[in-house]
Write a protein that binds this ligand. Structure first.
Ligand code: ADP
Ligand code: ADP
Length: 234
């Protein structure tokens, strides 16, 4: 079964008591395989974040069907959905305490082997080894002990500890230098060999590397394909 399927999904936010509605997803269909990188692109307001939130079952759909691993998301226990889907939370204001505490924030019982594996996959092993107290180094205010790119990869490692089947990542708001960009690119490739990665892509490198690109516009999927196909089409 694909990791995620949308079949003709319709969704509108309700506003106020009169249930005035704004159609946000208007018949969206696509399928995400169990491994690989799917890049979602499209202008602001296209419905990308809403699509993520439906994969997390924040809201029920108004029409159509969302499936996780072949099963109707609305028939799955919410705990199962939470275990299957990992959203990479990138709120650096929440970064306090040690690196270990940050990594295990949502998974306090994670063992050392699992932590090491997540850190390795996120390309942070040598970074952490160079810190005075390793995993027990205090991050400082808003994670100031690490560079922007390293903080972003720490957020990925944190989500990896959940061992999700689907990782959701919004690339918004991060300007990386070319070394960090290359590291990030490698991490996404590596992680996508272990689970389905869906990235709201703001980086051209992610779009180029993607195994599938979903182009959204005004609540619809305008095209899907790999970079080469889409270049030829326009
Ligand atoms: P994108 O991530 O592609 O920028 P969004 O999914 O955030 O798009 O938004 C799609 C549309 O839904 C926009 O018109 C936005 O204003 C609207 N929207 C998003 N969140 C809400 C909400 N909580 N309540 C009402 N409308 C919303
Ligand atoms: P900001 O304050 O910069 O908007 P947020 O963390 O509140 O930062 O949200 C950034 C974007 O990510 C918003 O569009 C928000 O809707 C989205 N977002 C936040 N948490 C989740 C989540 N768990 N799943 C999907 N999207 C999310």
């Amino acid at each position: 079964w694909p990791a995620v399927e949308f079949h003709d999904v319709r969704f509108a936010y309700r506003r106020g008591k009169r249930e005035e509605r704004t159609q946000v997803l208007d018949g969206v269909s696509f399928s995400v395989p169990t491994r690989g990188l799917t890049a979602v692109v499209g202008p602001s307001g296209a419905g990308k974040t809403t699509m993520f939130q439906l994969i997390e079952r924040f809201y029920p759909v108004d029409g159509g069907l969302v499936r996780l691993g072949g099963r109707d998301i609305e028939a799955l226990p919410l705990d199962t959905v939470r275990a299957l889907v990992g959203y990479v939370q990138q709120d650096s204001a929440a970064m306090r305490g040690t690196i270990r505490e940050n990594l295990t924030y949502a998974n306090p019982h994670a063992g050392d082997a699992a932590i090491r594996e997540a850190v390795e996959m996120a390309g942070l092993t040598s970074v952490i080894a160079q810190l005075p107290r390793g995993l027990d180094t205090e991050l400082g205010d808003q994670g100031s002990g690490l560079s922007g790119g390293q903080r972003q990869r720490l957020c990925i490692a944190r989500t990896l500890l959940q061992q999700p089947a689907v990782m959701l990542l919004d690339e918004a708001t991060s300007n990386l230098d070319s070394d960090s960009e290359r590291d990030f690119r490698e991490v996404l490739r590596r992680v996508s060999r272990h689970c389905a990665v869906i990235a709201i892509a703001h980086r051209i490198s992610t779009v180029i590397d993607a195994d599938q690109i979903v182009v959204m516009e005004a609540g619809r999927v305008r095209a899907t394909g790999v970079h080469q196909d889409l270049m030829e089409r326009d």
